[in-house]
Write a protein that binds this ligand. Sequence first.
Ligand code: ADP
Ligand code: MG
Length: 298
Amino acid sequence: MRVSQIGEFGLIDRLRKFQNLTSRIVKGIGDDAAVLKHNAQRYQLVTTDMLVEGGHFLRSMPAEKIGRKALACSISDIAAMGGLPTAAVVSLGIPEDLDIAFVERMYAGMLRVARIFGVSLVGGDTVRSKKITINVALLGEVEKTRLVCRDGAKVGDVIFVSGPLGGSLKSGRHLTFTPRVKEARFLVEHFKPTAMMDISDGLVGDLGHILKASGVGAALERGKIPVNRGVTFRQALTEGEDFELLFTLAKPVARKLIARFPRKFHAIGQILSRSSGLRLMNNDGKTGLLNLKAFAHF
Ligand code: ADP
Ligand code: MG
């Protein structure tokens, strides 16, 4: 069997059996970051993200922005767990004829975003490769009481996103987005989301991960999903790299958040029982099963 037959997530599912979890590991494969025991108050978080020339960026793009994106993707994953990023190691695969200035500009872009989010760049690895490849492994920390995973959504919870969706690749936002650390910290400190993740593969696919992990279904309300300018509804639902937060809140808390921040956080639907699947409520109030294919690497 080939990778293309089971896809990215089919493959990751098969890799689960090679995990060697111990009592130190709170969470392994299956969330935005792995969660490790750390001290009495906090967990350690660890995540890694890889960008490959051709798929994620082109050599003709500004190198600063490529470096910035490489680190920002990982910061977004730490934010999605409710945590704060701490230190990163950066691995590079580079062709031998690559201009050194390109590499230094990538690092300058990384350092800038690292400083903003309190990340120390502390090492990495360098190898030769045909395509420019950049991998960032990032550590973070979160108070035990503030950890949010993908598996806590409950029937009746309200589903939120932290901003408009779609068109990230076309507009260049995928290179310049701000990881939602501030928003995520605000939410875990004051509103206790039941589940949270960042939208990297598109709303439909990523909500699917929360639903599967939590063993629930959902209905999205078409008229409530914020869509970026120049983007179709379908694109907003399926295009990746928005890096907004997708989270669920128990109804009473959801009402408070809506009352306080009606424009910042968008209530887009509700968690239902698993048997409902993923549904879309159209503007006429009728609902149907949502059958859109999410982004996948294979
Ligand atoms: P994200 O989009 O949030 O970065 P991914 O979709 O890349 O998350 O990964 C989903 C989960 O699968 C994560 O828990 C990640 O650690 C795990 N994962 C992805 N690739 C591999 C791999 N090659 N080996 C083991 N685990 C993996
Ligand atoms: Mg993620």
